[in-house]
Design a protein around this ligand. Structure first.
Ligand SMILES: [Zn+2]
Length: 237
């Protein structure tokens, strides 16, 4: 194997949401394999950096705050130290364990975004989305409940009916209401930024082709032309 290819190694593992404590399943699934790999590389004398942190931005945290009648900041301030200390007690050998609300995270992610924007890669699209006029917020799927148009269940989520299992759009619901305020949501126009990943397909495929040593289960996770190219919104709204 070509040793020079491994001179500097950056390892990360999926960031845990700071909306609850971690458990053995978290450790075994994502963190232990990464930790083993880092320890092995360090023993081989290689320059390894193992980075992780609490994900403190997301709908799951807002939901938890609403359930407990507190603020998202109070939730992440409670769970971040708990998660960080649990990892430390289990001996996870992170070189850095941060949080996504730290200034360095904002600066770095905004830098990525600006560089992509300067290159003109984003595509802007205006869509209609449900808006809570009382809370003053656009509503993610889980923040809308109403009657399922398929089975008539009165407490279906905006993305799924838990009684009949149908996948829904929030605008499919009959008598929709906002989970935040109970107000009737209204359709308003909102602009989303999309990163068309399909545009990078040839470049990515050429790069992947330079890695014949990757295991089949790893190659199974990477994009191929025979699969549909997915588009993801660049914003989390
Ligand atoms: Zn239903």
């Amino acid at each position: 194997m070509d040793e020079t290819r491994f001179e500097r190694i950056l390892v990360t593992a999926a960031l845990p949401y700071a909306n609850g404590p971690i458990h053995i399943g978290h450790l075994a699934g994502a963190y232990l394999p990464a930790d083993l790999y880092c320890r092995y590389q360090r023993l081989k004398g290689r320059d390894v950096l193992f980075i992780c942190g609490s994900d403190e931005l997301g709908v799951a945290i807002l939901m938890r705050a609403l359930e407990e009648g507190t603020t998202p900041q109070a939730i992440v301030d409670r769970y971040h130290p708990l998660i960080r200390d649990s990892f430390a007690r289990f001996g996870m050998s992170f070189d850095y364990y941060g949080r996504t609300t730290s200034p360095v995270h904002f600066e770095t992610s905004q830098d990525f975004f600006r560089r992509l924007d300067e290159k003109g890669v984003f595509k802007l699209k205006t869509e209609k989305q449900l808006y809570d006029p009382e809370a003053g917020l656009f509503l993610a799927d889980r923040f809308v409940r109403g009657t399922c148009p398929i089975c008539g269940y009165e407490d279906a989520y905006g993305d799924q009916c838990e009684r009949c299992g149908s996948s829904l759009n929030p605008t499919d619901l009959i008598n929709p209401r906002s989970v935040l305020s109970n107000a009737t949501p209204e359709l308003r126009e909102t602009t989303h930024w999309y990163l068309p990943l399909g545009d990078f397909q040839p470049k990515l495929e050429a790069w992947i082709a330079t890695h014949p040593e990757w295991k089949p289960n790893v190659l199974g996770q990477v994009p191929r032309t025979n699969r549909s190219a997915r588009k993801r919104p660049a914003s989390g709204s």
